[in-house]
Design a protein around this ligand. Structure first.
Ligand code: ADP
Length: 364
């Protein structure tokens, strides 16, 4: 049972604010992913959790304990790193058990049993007597996971553990980590810059930018209801279209289209759409629409006749869809349409949209 609380956590390195006052509770048994661009403070947050960095301010709690200043070895967490951090001169077995013997907390029999169990869970029995130089990247990472598992820690802290693996192996290891978590149910904090990895692994995902938390939500909620422009653009591939508009009486106006915006919120408790349906005033805003939420009107008669006309610039066949780059006035945007749609540069198309899937953000 381990719940982790971060309260107003802050870390400065000289004049760099790496972590800028974070509040977050990680639930017992949860698989929580922290995602964000390089330099946003993910690793520092994880290292603060591990005790490898000391906080400038704020508090870290594990269950009822205040561990803000606790030595790493007394936190009972296990780190897994991108570079595996294995000792090259030791066998897989020694790498896994290193530190357990000297800690004196386990008998030799207990250690043997734990290694057997971890080796079976990770399917690495045949690697135990090999040295890292005779292992592939994926095998090394399994040994590193084995080292984390045998200690039966209160939490796993994983810093980009799959980044050094090739794309195919990464997908395979992703599925394995999910299986492992289902089996062990250990509280896990996982850091990555890869939004696909975050979305596939995380039960909840924290999006960070500039040392701050932008949003914490389930992967689907992040995708469907991004709370700000940063999250909207960071999550999703191809990225959400962002079009500068003027909002007048609840309508998004641009040279070439007028799109009525739905009212914000619903009365039956379902989540709000991200669109603020403001009336009366006139202000600049950014209309966000995912490429798959724009449609060719001819393919989507059920969306009615609320359409506008755009010009095709180029098309990109993606195999399972066709990405249409188009423009209206000075706005350029993408539509993800059915594959094999016959279109050419310069064609005029009628574009439809689902009013419930529009987002509105403040201009930068
Ligand atoms: P991320 O893991 O998201 O890539 P980091 O947590 O590693 O980001 O870094 C956050 C910021 O803190 C960056 O600007 C980075 O340069 C800075 N930083 C991290 N570690 C140190 C350090 N030991 N000394 C000085 N600056 C650091």
């Amino acid at each position: 049972m381990t719940t982790i609380q971060l309260q107003n956590l802050r870390k400065e390195f000289d004049d760099v604010v790496a972590v800028d006052g974070i509040d977050l509770t990680i639930e017992d048994g949860e698989f929580l992913v922290i995602v964000g661009p390089s330099g946003c403070g993910k690793s520092t947050t994880l290292r603060l959790l591990a005790g490898l960095e000391q906080a400038t301010a704020g508090r870290i709690g594990m269950d009822d304990r205040d561990v803000t200043s606790t030595e790493p070895k007394n936190r009972n967490v296990a780190m897994v790193f991108q570079n595996y951090a294995l000792y090259p001169h030791m066998t897989g077995r020694r790498n896994i058990t290193f530190g357990m013997k000297s800690a004196g907390a386990f008998t030799d029999d207990e250690i043997d049993q734990r290694v057997e169990d971890a080796a079976e869970t990770l399917d690495i029995t045949e690697l135990l007597e090999r040295k890292p130089e005779a292992m592939s990247g994926g095998e090394r990472q399994r040994i590193a996971l084995g080292r984390a598992i045998v200690r039966d820690p209160d939490a796993f802290l994983m810093d980009e553990p799959l980044s050094n693996l090739d794309a195919k192996l990464r997908i395979q290891m992703r599925a394995e980590l999910t299986r492992l978590h289902a089996e062990l149910q250990t509280t896990t904090v996982y850091v990555t810059h890869d939004q696909t990895e975050a979305m596939t692994l995380g039960e909840r995902v924290v999006v960070m930018n500039d040392g701050q938390i932008m949003q914490v939500d389930s992967p689907q909620a992040l995708y469907d209801f991004p709370e700000n422009r940063f999250v909207a653009e960071f999550i999703g591939d191809p990225a959400m279209n962002m079009i500068d508009v003027t909002v007048e009486d609840g309508t998004a106006v641009h040279d070439g289209f007028e799109i009525p915006l739905p009212d914000a919120g619903t009365e039956d408790g379902t989540p709000e759409t991200a669109v603020a349906g403001r009336s009366g005033d006139r202000h600049d805003a950014v209309l966000g629409v995912r490429p798959e939420d724009f449609y060719l009107a001819q393919e989507s008669p059920d969306l009615g006749n609320a359409t506008f006309t755009a010009t095709v610039d180029v098309t990109e066949p993606l195999g399972d869809s066709l990405l249409i780059h188009c423009s209206v006035g000075d706005a350029v945007f993408k539509i993800q349409a059915e594959p094999r749609t016959a279109l050419q540069s310069g064609d005029e198309i009628a574009v439809a949209y689902d009013p419930e899937r529009l987002h509105l953000f403040d201009p930068e």
